[in-house]
Design a protein around this ligand. Structure first.
Ligand SMILES: Nc1ncnc2c1ncn2[C@@H]1O[C@H](COP(=O)(O)OP(=O)(O)OP(=O)(O)O)[C@@H](O)[C@H]1O
Length: 253
C-alpha cells in the first residue's frame, strides 16, 4: 500500500441533533483513488467536506475527532483553513466555473488569490493545466471566451484545471460526473486515472460501476457508519460484511 496521505481518527460530525458521521477511522493512501459509496443520506458528502474544513461555514455543524493531512492536524489550533483548502482542493457535482470570467481567467483564478504572478507565468499555468485535463486542444484558440460557452463536460474539466492550478496535494470530488453525459463521464474517469499519479483523490459516487472502474480503494458507508473499507477489487468481489454485499449487488440503496 502507498503512504497514508489522509488519516481519520474517530471522526464524528453532527448537524444540530443529526449525527451524520459516526466515529469513523480510516486511511486514504497517497497517489491513489478512494471511492466513498453508500445509499443517499449515509454521510458521504459530509465526510468528504470535513477533509478540507468546508463545514466551518455551516453554523450547526460540529466536527470532532481527528483529520490528519500527512502529520498535520487539519482541525488543530492555529491551522489556517484557507491553507488547508489550498492543499485539499474540491470539485463539485455541478460544474461551477466563475460565470463572469474567461476560460483563461478561470484557470488562474485560485492561483491569483494566493500569489502574484507575471503574464508569462500565468500563460504557462493555463497551458499546462488545460493540457493535463485534456482540454487544451479544444479551447486553445478561444481562451478569452467566456467559460460558460463551454459544454458541461468541458466546464467540469475546466473546474478540475482550476483546482490543480493551485497545486493541491489532495483532490476531493463529489459526484463529479453525475451531471454529465456518458462521453464526458468517460473523459472525467480517464482524467481521474491520470491525476492520481500526482494527487491523492477521494471521490464520492452513486455509480457503483464508476467506483469499480476508477478507484483503488472503496469505503462503504451506511447511516453514518463506516461498514467496510479496503481494496476496491476485494470490496466488489468478496466483501466481508453482508450489508456491503447487499448494497453492491443492488439489493438495497
Ligand atoms: N448542512 C446541513 N445541515 C443539516 N443537516 C445536514 C447538512 N448536510 C447534511 N446534513 C444531513 O447529514 C446526513 C448526511 O448527509 P450527506 O449529504 O452527507 O449524505 P450523502 O451520503 O452524501 O447523500 P447523497 O448521496 O444523497 O448526496 C443527512 O441526514 C443530511 O440531512
Amino acid at each position: 500500500m502507498n503512504n497514508i496521505k489522509v488519516h481519520l481518527d474517530n471522526l464524528n460530525i453532527h448537524f444540530g441533533k443529526t449525527h451524520a458521521v459516526k466515529d469513523i477511522s480510516m486511511d486514504f493512501p497517497e497517489n491513489s483513488v478512494t471511492a466513498i459509496i453508500g445509499p443517499s443520506g449515509c454521510g458521504k458528502s459530509t465526510m468528504l467536506r470535513s477533509l478540507n474544513r468546508m463545514h466551518d461555514l455551516v453554523p450547526s455543524a460540529r466536527v470532532s475527532g481527528k483529520v490528519l493531512l500527512d502529520s498535520d492536524d487539519v482541525y488543530g489550533r492555529g491551522i489556517d483553513p484557507v491553507a488547508i483548502r489550498r492543499r485539499v482542493g474540491m470539485v463539485f457535482q455541478k460544474p461551477n466555473p466563475f460565470p463572469a470570467m474567461s476560460i483563461y481567467d478561470n484557470v488562474v483564478a485560485g492561483y491569483k488569490l494566493n500569489s502574484r504572478m507575471v503574464r508569462s507565468e500565468a500563460d504557462e499555468i493555463v497551458e499546462s493545466c488545460l493540457k493535463r485535463v485534456a482540454l487544451w486542444d479544444e479551447v486553445k484558440d478561444r481562451l478569452k471566451a467566456n467559460a460558460m460557452t463551454l459544454s458541461g463536460g468541458q466546464q467540469q474539466r475546466l473546474c478540475i484545471a482550476r483546482t490543480i492550478a493551485v497545486k493541491p496535494e489532495v483532490i476531493l470530488m463529489d459526484e463529479p460526473a453525475s451531471a454529465l453525459d456518458p462521453i464526458s463521464t468517460l473523459k472525467i474517469e480517464e482524467l481521474i486515472e491520470e491525476l492520481k499519479e500526482r494527487y491523492t483523490i477521494i471521490i464520492v459516487t452513486h455509480n457503483m460501476q464508476q467506483a469499480a472502474r476508477v478507484s483503488d480503494y472503496t469505503a462503504f458507508l451506511y447511516m453514518g457508519d463506516l461498514i467496510e473499507c479496503g481494496e476496491t477489487k476485494k470490496i466488489f468481489t468478496t466483501p466481508e460484511q453482508k450489508q456491503t454485499e447487499d448494497y453492491i449487488t443492488g439489493r438495497f440503496g
